[in-house]
Design a protein around this ligand. Structure first.
Ligand code: KIV
Length: 293
């Protein structure tokens, strides 16, 4: 029997800063987590991006804690080596510190090893500190934070002007100071990401933040070409799995329609008493099936 790999730890991720680039990917179910884990991902994020790439919403705002826990449970069963990070959805850490801790705890009880929280302003830092105080590792996320899409006016590059860049550097430092074990930097200029990466003591994980980050993350469905919605410029598509899936399904439907699936020998079962059945009902007699209610 294959040995279960040892799981990477939160301190091990912190220790990778400046030593080894961190490879992170999202996953939303058991088979995708198994594949991402077997490929050697260090971190698997159950991202609330599942609202868009799996559930078909236009943004992530409709995703609930229950949606997230359902998917986190499946991913946790599929990932043996990678750290599983549960993405706290919109409103799960915005109402009160107590609610934030309770919601974060539900992710851990579901099988995640850490949670991710968007934003770095003072109210977020208070929630993050309380979650950390409950012994739950937190990954920060600043820059383009999709849960703020309405406030930001769209999915746009952040940190373009000096004031905005300064605010993001301050937020990164605050997340580091609060005790986060890593920070996602989404859709910010490379120069700013490099500056933040140099100034914080924890790994930065970029998505649309250039090559200087300590690690990179991509959405599973973007990387594999499964999602056909808007594709951001920072996505590199490594496959076109949706085309392969469509072709395979077309092939199957064709086989059904031309009668070549299922094969009577390879893909069917035969009664030991086939002759008795024929004797009872006669050749070519159609056996009436009860009608579905
Ligand atoms: O929800 C998500 O998938 C994310 C990543 C893009 C970082 O937050």
């Amino acid at each position: 029997m294959a040995e279960t790999p040892k799981r990477i730890t939160v301190p091990a991720i912190r220790a990778m800063k400046g030593e080894k680039r961190i490879g992170m990917i999202t996953a939303y179910d058991y088979p995708s987590a198994k594949v991402a884990d077997a490929a050697g991902s260090d971190i698997i994020l159950v991202g609330d991006s599942l609202g868009m790439v799996v559930l078909g919403y236009a943004d992530t705002l409709s995703v609930t804690v229950d949606d997230m826990l359902h998917h986190t449970r499946a991913v946790a069963r599929g990932a043996a080596r990678a750290i599983v990070v549960g993405d706290m959805p919109y409103l799960s850490y915005h109402v009160s510190v107590e609610e934030s801790v309770r919601n974060a705890g539900r992710f851990i009880q579901t099988g995640a090893q850490a949670v991710k929280v968007e934003g770095g302003k003072a109210s977020r830092i208070r929630a993050i500190e309380a979650i950390l105080d409950a012994e739950i590792p937190v990954m920060g996320h600043i820059g383009l934070t999709p849960q703020s899409v309405n406030a930001l006016g769209g999915f746009k590059l952040q940190g373009k002007n000096l004031d905005d860049a300064r605010r993001l550097v301050d937020e990164a430092l605050a997340l580091d100071q609060a005790g986060c074990f890593s920070i996602v930097l989404e859709c910010v200029p490379s120069e700013l990401a490099a500056m933040i990466t140099e100034r914080v003591s924890i790994p930065t994980i970029g998505i649309g933040a250039g090559p200087s980050c300590d690690g990179q993350v991509l959405v599973f469905h973007d990387l594999l070409g499964i999602y056909d919605g808007h594709q951001a410029r920072f996505v590199r598509r490594y496959a076109n799995i949706a085309d392969d899936m469509r072709l395979a399904i077309e092939h199957y439907l064709n086989d059904v329609r031309n009668g070549s699936f299922p094969d009577d020998q390879k893909e069917s079962f035969h009664a030991a008493s086939a002759d008795d059945l024929r004797a009872l009902y006669g050749e070519g007699v159609v056996i009436e099936m009860p009608k579905a209610q």
